[in-house]
Design a protein around this ligand. Structure first.
Ligand code: WTA
Length: 568
């Protein structure tokens, strides 16, 4: 029997207090995610249960019990406090998927500070704009990434502490740097968890939009209520499960379901900190006897590409339940996974702002491959008309996805950007910015984003950010960035540029520009193709018409360009 049991029954008498009761939380109580994910599990008699099996490069392995993550997160909390870091200060976690990242996240929360996880592959500029927006006080990082932090020190006076978690003492520490060795740091005797409450800020995740700089999505400790219950009912986590969430905690999936969801229910999880290959992944599943696997469509498509033969080399019979998030999960991937793993990947839809799963396929529910499923109990979801924002009642008619605000994990605002936050609500609905339709059976089907944001391999890339970065390259005069189709990543970044006089167009220049973006932003944002043009299509007011370029890339009808011009 699955945790959710009957979806229809759950809908009838749903209340978020179900999660509150299970977590022993009552309105007005103190609430701290760090405590819930470690101390409470120990108090429930699971202190010796494994919380984390970790594997890194060259087969290095570590494992931690719940008691160990409790103690180690206390150490990190105590260390941060010793530096003078206090509640609501922003502490960035800028690390690969090493244990210090997962445990550090809890440590930051335990002292009431705000955890700001950032993807470790971010380049200088991507890192800087996010730290600058949050006015981050401290950053936890590794030797291999500290160079990027050093380069932005001069323009980041607010950044007071650069904490290196793997400093080997070989090279001297530089300005504002300090070493923290989690293993050898003395465990604090009477560590006190900060008395956060439901609405105390917890996590700041950055997400990209079409215009402007990335936005800091502010979450609060109460988000655990949604994350706990969705993890329990949708991922169907059972006490003996070995769970693997492949997402990096630099992104929301890696915290909501790679830390909080599983650990708040005392589930053992495993983490693989090496690059993707089908062999590596299957070997990891076999070795750890993974039972529940939460991944993303691009990874699944890459596994499909690697083929069935490689699957047969491994024993994957431990797998019991698979789910996916981040981008459209095509029907073929669902059918294929059922064929080769014996279980279909169940699609789930949500976003950084929603903090927890919104539309999902549940264990035991009839799956329609290609559909995102139905709203999680407690979530009122519909599609609304693009102009009136009234719910569309006709089945299969496309509109904007819309949610009634009020679930526990909903963002509370965008950091220092209340205006944009407010603009996400229309006619009493929260609009995540995606288009979809609902079929006659109440299943949601994804159609596309309602903006120009590029979703490449499940990661959102802002065309604006890439265009701005391109303009900083000495050879580029103008730029326009759109997505182009890709077999595995669904979409990849493509740049159209005009070149300044005196520069020669050749392969070298292309490589240089690509590399420039990779280092400045990230490998994800790097254009996979650069097309040189004499002119970029513009509106009468001089705005670049991305939609025209986009339509060409996707072989769509361009339609009446005069309306496109008027549109702007
Ligand atoms: C897209 C990731 C289709 C969507 C958790 C959303 C999806 C954005 C799906 C959020 C899905 C997420 N099918 N598209 N199942 N899940 N998306 O903030 O456009 O990184 O708004 O959060 O990814 O991306 P984010």
């Amino acid at each position: 029997m699955s945790n959710i049991g009957s979806y229809e029954e759950r809908l009838k008498n749903f209340d978020w207090s179900i999660a509150e009761k299970e977590l022993g939380y009552e309105e007005g109580d103190k609430l701290n995610i760090g405590w819930y994910c470690s101390d409470r599990i120990c108090e429930m008699g699971k202190k010796d249960k494994i919380a984390l099996y970790w594997e890194g490069h060259s087969g290095k392995e570590r494992k931690f019990t719940f008691d160990e993550i409790r103690i180690d997160s206390n150490k990190i909390g105590a260390f941060l406090r010793s530096l003078g870091i206090k509640a609501e200060d922003r502490v960035c976690l800028f690390m690969d998927k090493i244990p210090e990242l997962y445990i550090g996240f809890l440590g930051v929360l335990k002292i009431g500070a705000i955890a700001q996880p950032l993807f470790s592959a971010f380049g200088d500029e991507s890192l800087h704009v996010r730290l600058d927006n949050a006015k981050t006080t401290a950053i936890l990082t590794q030797r291999k990434h500290v160079g990027k932090v050093r380069r932005l020190l001069a323009k980041s006076p607010y950044l007071k502490h650069i904490i290196i978690v793997d400093h080997d003492g070989k090279k001297p520490l530089k300005d504002r740097e300090i070493s923290f060795d989690m293993e050898n740091y003395e465990a604090p005797k009477d560590f006190e968890i900060h008395q956060t409450t439901a609405e105390s800020p917890s996590v700041l995740h950055y997400t990209s939009g079409t215009t402007g700089q990335p936005k800091g999505v502010k979450h609060v400790h109460y988000s655990i209520i949604s994350q706990y219950l969705t993890a329990k009912w949708v991922l169907d986590l059972q006490p003996d499960d070995i769970y693997w969430c492949t997402a990096d905690p630099g992104w929301v999936t890696g915290t909501s379901y790679g830390i909080i969801g599983p650990w708040s229910q005392g589930i053992t999880q495993c983490v693989l900190d090496v690059g993707f290959s089908a062999e590596n992944w299957y070997k990891f599943i076999e070795k750890n006897q993974v039972t529940v696997w939460y991944s993303a469509p691009t990874a699944i498509r890459s596994l499909m590409k690697a083929g069935e033969k490689v699957v047969q080399k491994f024993d994957l019979t431990s797998l019991r339940h698979l789910a996916s998030v981040g981008e459209p999960l095509n029907a073929e991937a669902v059918v294929w996974s059922e064929k080769v793993y014996g279980h279909p990947f169940l699609d789930t839809y949500w976003q950084t702002e929603t903090g927890s799963m919104m539309l999902t396929n549940f264990p035991g529910m009839k799956i329609k491959p290609g559909s995102m499923g139905k709203p999680f109990p407690g979530i009122t979801a519909t599609v609304v008309d693009t102009k009136t924002f009234e719910p569309i009642t006709e089945p299969s008619k496309i509109g904007l996805i819309a949610f009634k605000p009020g679930w526990p994990a909903m963002m509370r605002t965008y950091w220092e950007n209340e205006e944009t936050y407010k603009s996400k609500f229309k006619n009493g609905w929260y609009l995540p910015g995606d288009r979809a339709y609902i079929d006659q059976d109440g299943y949601f089907w994804f159609v596309g984003r309602d903006d120009d944001v590029i979703n490449t391999g499940g990661h959102l890339v802002s065309p604006f950010e890439v265009e701005s970065a391109l303009l900083e390259h000495e050879a580029v005069a103008e730029s326009a960035v759109v997505s182009k189709p890709d077999e595995v990543n669904m979409e990849v970044v493509k740049a159209f540029v005009t070149i300044k006089p005196g520069y020669e167009i050749n392969d070298m220049l292309e490589l240089k520009i690509m590399n420039f973006i990779r280092k400045k932003l990230s490998p994800l944002a790097m254009p996979q193709e650069i097309e040189y043009v004499d002119n970029l299509p513009k509106t009468r007011s001089g705005k670049i018409m991305r939609r025209l370029l986009h339509a060409k890339e996707w072989g769509e009808e361009i339609g009446d360009t005069s309306t496109l011009e008027d549109d702007e």
